[in-house]
Write a protein that binds this ligand. Structure first.
Ligand code: FNR
Length: 362
C-alpha cells in the first residue's frame, strides 16, 4: 500500500501522527542554555501548526559544545526543567516533542548569525577553546583560540555527557531523541578524515572513525525508553572529492551499524565539515537522493531534509518511497502552520485546533 504524507508512522510503539517533522533549527536565543518564552512559543506554534514531530534545535550536552553562547543546552537538571512545559504543550497538540542532542566540537563558540561580528567569539569576550578529534582547527579567519584534542578519557566523558543529556531529555518529556552527527560538528568531525587525523582507536579506519557515534548512539539507546525512537542526523557527504573525506558510500555502510546500535531512523543531511565543500546541488529536495540511496541500499528508515517547501513535493517524497519522513526547516519559519496548509492543499481532512477551527478551509 502506498504511504502518504498524512499517514501515521509507527516507530517502535510510538505513533507519529503524520510524516512531517520540523527540522531542528538553532534559535540563538538562550541565556546560559536555558529555554525560555521564545522556545516555548516557537516550538509550540509549530505543534499547533500540525507537524507530526517538532524537534528542538541542537541542544548542547556540555557548555563548550554550544555553537554560539546563546544555544540551548541540557547539561543540568535546571535545563531539563525549563524544557518540560514545552514538551507538555507539544504533546497536548497531538505532536511528538523531539530533541537534537549536540556537541559542536571544533565549530563551537561562534557569534550568532545576526551579531555585528561573525566567526569565533574571542577568548576575552566570552569565547572558549573548542575541543576536536585532532589538533586541526576549523579554518575560521583570524581564529587564534586553537583547539584542544580530546584524550581517550575526554571521549569517555563526552559519551557519558550524551547519556546524561538523554536521561534529562527523557525526564523533560521528549518522545524522540536525535543524536547530531552532521554539519561538521563533533561527531561528524570524528567520521570525516578531513578533521580526524587520530591514530588511536578513534581515528584512521572507517571502523575507528565511526566508533564514537556508535558508542553515543548505544549510550542514548540504553537510557531511552524501549518504545521510543532514537534518530541520528548525519551528513551523507562532505562534498569534497579531491582528498580523503566522508561520502555517501561510507554513509551507506554506517546506517545499518547505527541501526544495530539502537537508531531507528537516519536523518540525512549533508555538508558542513570544511569551507572547501563544493555543493553542486541546492535546488528543491537537494539532499533527498542521499536519503533515498541509504534507504534503498540498507532498508534503514530515513528522513529527507533540504529544500522541501511544498505539500505536493513532501507528499511525493513519501509516496515514491524516497524517505519515511519529510523534514521541513526554513519553510516552517515562513509558515508555522505548514502541515495544516499542506493537508488542505492535498485535500486531506486533518483536525485543526478547536480554537482555530472556524478558519479551516472547506
Ligand atoms: C538550521 N539547521 C540546523 N540543523 C541541525 O541539524 N541542527 C540545528 O540546530 C540547525 N539549526 C538551524 C538554524 C537555522 C535558522 C536554519 C535555517 C537551519 C539546518 C536545518 O535543520 C535544515 O537541515 C536546513 O535548513 C535544510 O532544510 P530546509 O531549511 O531547506 O528545509
Amino acid at each position: 500500500m502506498t504511504e502518504t504524507l498524512f499517514d501515521p508512522l509507527t516507530i517502535r510503539s510510538t505513533e507519529i501522527p503524520n510524516r512531517i517533522m520540523v527540522s531542528p533549527m538553532c534559535q540563538y536565543s538562550s541565556v546560559d542554555g536555558l529555554a525560555d518564552d521564545w522556545h516555548n512559543v516557537h516550538l509550540g506554534s509549530r505543534a499547533v501548526g500540525g507537524a507530526g514531530i517538532v524537534m528542538a534545535e541542537a541542544t548542547a550536552v556540555t557548555p563548550d559544545g554550544r555553537i554560539s553562547p546563546q544555544d540551548l543546552g541540557i547539561w543540568s537538571d535546571e535545563h531539563a526543567d525549563a524544557l518540560a512545559p514545552i514538551t507538555q504543550f507539544i504533546r497536548s497538540q497531538g505532536s511528538m516533542p523531539a530533541i537534537q542532542l549536540a556537541h559542536a566540537g571544533r565549530k563551537a563558540g561562534t557569534y550568532r548569525p545576526w551579531e555585528e561580528h561573525s566567526g569565533p567569539v574571542p577568548l576575552d569576550t566570552g569565547g572558549w577553546v573548542p575541543v576536536a578529534p585532532s589538533d586541526v582547527p576549523y579554518p575560521y579567519e583570524g581564529d587564534d583560540r586553537g583547539v584542544r584534542k580530546l584524550s581517550i578519557d575526554d571521549i569517555e566523558q563526552i559519551i557519558a555527557d550524551f547519556r546524561a543529556a538523554a536521561v534529562r531529555a527523557k525526564h523533560a518529556g521528549f518522545e524522540i531523541a536525535e543524536v547530531h552527527a552532521a554539519h561538521g560538528y563533533l561527531l561528524h568531525e570524528f567520521l570525516s578524515p578531513i578533521s580526524n587525523t587520530r591514530d588511536d582507536d578513534y581515528g584512521g579506519t572507517f571502523e575507528n572513525r565511526a566508533r564514537i557515534v556508535l558508542e553515543i548512539t548505544e549510550a542514548v539507546r540504553e537510557v531511552w525508553d524501549d518504545d521510543k525512537p532514537v534518530f541520528v542526523r548525519i551528513s551523507a557527504t562532505d562534498w569534497i572529492d579531491d582528498r580523503p573525506s566522508w561520502d555517501l558510500q561510507q554513509s551507506i555502510k554506517l546506517a545499518p551499524l547505527l541501526q544495530a546500535a539502537g537508531a531507528d531512523l537516519i536523518d540525512v543531511s549533508s555538508g558542513g565539515i570544511h569551507p572547501d565543500q563544493a555543493i553542486t546541488n541546492t535546488g528543491p529536495g537537494y539532499q533527498v537522493s542521499f536519503a533515498e540511496a541509504i534507504r534503498n541500499e540498507t532498508d534503514v528508515p530515513v528522513g529527507a531534509v533540504g529544500g522541501i517547501t511544498d505539500a505536493t513535493h513532501a507528499d511525493a517524497v513519501i509516496r515514491n518511497e524516497r524517505a519515511d519522513l519529510a523534514i521541513v526547516g526554513r519553510e516552517h519559519l515562513r509558515d508555522p502552520y505548514f502541515a495544516l496548509h499542506a493537508a488542505s492543499e492535498l485535500g486531506v481532512d486533518v483536525e485543526w485546533p478547536p480554537q482555530y477551527r472556524r478558519a479551516k478551509p472547506r
